[in-house]
Design a protein around this ligand. Structure first.
Ligand code: PMP
Length: 404
């Protein structure tokens, strides 16, 4: 007998369940296209050379200790992170209108923003936060954990395996004034479908007209196109248009620091004076939740951004990762065409970043897993980084067979 007898069993996280099933599979040709983590051409995790160098520098530094970081984290890191996403010459930075708080990676940054909004954003009762349909599986529960209801806006358009721009913009036009809209800054997860720059301009115009609040989730800067500035374009455009907005920034993918939990939450406000009040409240939330953030990943990212020679090396490493993924996209499409696989596969080339929404049905996904030992989420999303020169022919053959 316990007061907790009524606790129901929660379902296991589907992605982590998929990982376990892959691990347990003993087939020699098994392929993991589930997990969103970069792999090299030998399907191994890649410690970025820039991270190895930063780590060596840290180890040689006799002044480093294990003291607590400040509540808002390592300032040289969070400030460099603000310049990275907003641009070196951002007027918001020059005007001291940006509050930047180090978080438990991107997840913690989304959470801190959600907690702040829940506490301070004036909303009508039950006014929902708008999430793309579909979106990263964690968004909905992060917001609902802080008692913010969510709803969705149309995003993915199955017939083209591209963007439902009309549905998206219509939802923005008709959303209750002042609604919060979560946007993926680049490399949309799970679809790989991003708006074009022209479309972003239009999205910003409509959001401005309807006084909507943009909440950017930026988990793939530099990882998508290989170019840090290019992948930050949408966020910078919104800042230029004079929005107050926030950004959840992750260094998991672009520095390969998954387990180190390096991230930053930025709030860009309209005035320095307001910024100071917002920063003071973010610090209160942070203090009550984690006291202060972890140091190691932040120190690595700090060196990668602030040492000019390491920053140059990081950019090369980013091009290596993004380049390999883009090559895999080209090769997969070429191999499907070679096989005369039914369907138009050009969307795989048009999509960007870690993931591709293949358009494979749940039934086909099941067959790929049961008959070919190829693992992907049941919505047909594949992690492009799971492909490599050793398995891409096998995967193309398997897809060809299951769609016929
Ligand atoms: N947002 C999106 C859209 C993501 O894809 C991810 C990583 N899967 C995250 C946030 C957060 O990742 P992390 O907490 O490792 O930074």
């Amino acid at each position: 007998q316990s007061s907790f007898d009524a606790v129901p069993m929660a379902p296991t996280d589907p992605l982590f369940g998929l990982m376990a099933a892959y691990k347990a599979d003993t087939h020699a040709k098994k392929v993991d296209l589930g997990v969103g983590a970069y792999r090299d051409d030998n399907a191994k995790p890649w410690v970025l050379p820039v991270v190895k160098k930063a780590d060596a520098i840290m180890r040689d530094d006799p002044s480093l200790d294990h003291e607590y970081l400040p509540i808002a984290g390592l300032q040289s890191f969070t400030q460099a992170a603000a310049r990275l996403i907003l641009g070196r010459d951002s007027p918001a930075i020059a005007d001291q209108r940006v509050s930047s708080v180090q978080t438990i990676s991107g997840t913690g940054a989304v959470h801190l923003g959600a907690a702040f909004i829940s506490k301070f954003y004036p909303r009508q009762q039950n006014q929902p936060v708008f999430l793309s349909n579909p979106t990263w599986a964690n968004h909905q529960q992060i917001f609902s954990n802080v008692h913010l209801p969510t709803t969705t806006y149309p995003y993915y358009y199955p017939p083209t395996r591209g963007l439902d721009f009309d549905g998206f913009t219509e939802a923005l036009r008709t959303a209750p004034e002042g609604s919060i809209v979560l946007l993926h800054a680049c490399a949309h997860n799970p679809t790989g479908v991003d708006p074009t720059r022209e479309q972003w301009v239009e999205i910003a115009k409509i959001m401005k007209a309807n006084n909507l609040f943009p909440f950017f989730d930026c988990a793939y800067q530099g990882f998508a196109s290989g170019d840090l500035d290019n992948d930050a374009w949408a966020v910078r455009h919104f800042v230029e248009q004079g929005f107050e907005l926030c950004v959840a920034q992750s260094f998991s993918k672009n520095l390969g620091l998954y387990g180190e939990r390096a991230g930053v939450f930025h709030f860009v406000s309209g005035s320095m004076e307001r910024q100071k009040r917002i920063a003071s409240q973010l610090a209160i939330i942070q203090r009550s939740e984690i006291s202060n953030p972890p140091a190691y990943g932040a120190r690595i990212a700090d060196l990668a951004m602030n040492r000019p020679e390491l920053f140059e090396e990081w950019k090369v490493n980013l091009r290596t990762m993004a380049g390999r993924i883009i090559t895999c996209r080209e090769q997969l499409v070429a191999k499907l065409r070679e096989r005369g696989t039914p369907g138009d596969w050009s969307h795989i080339m048009k999509q960007i970043g870690m993931f591709s929404f293949t358009g494979l049905t749940e039934e086909q996904v099941k067959k790929l897993r049961e008959e070919w030992h190829i693992y992907m989420t049941k919505n047909g999303r594949i992690s492009m980084a799971g492909l490599n020169s050793h398995n891409i022919d096998y995967v193309a053959t398997a897809i060809d067979k299951v769609v016929r």
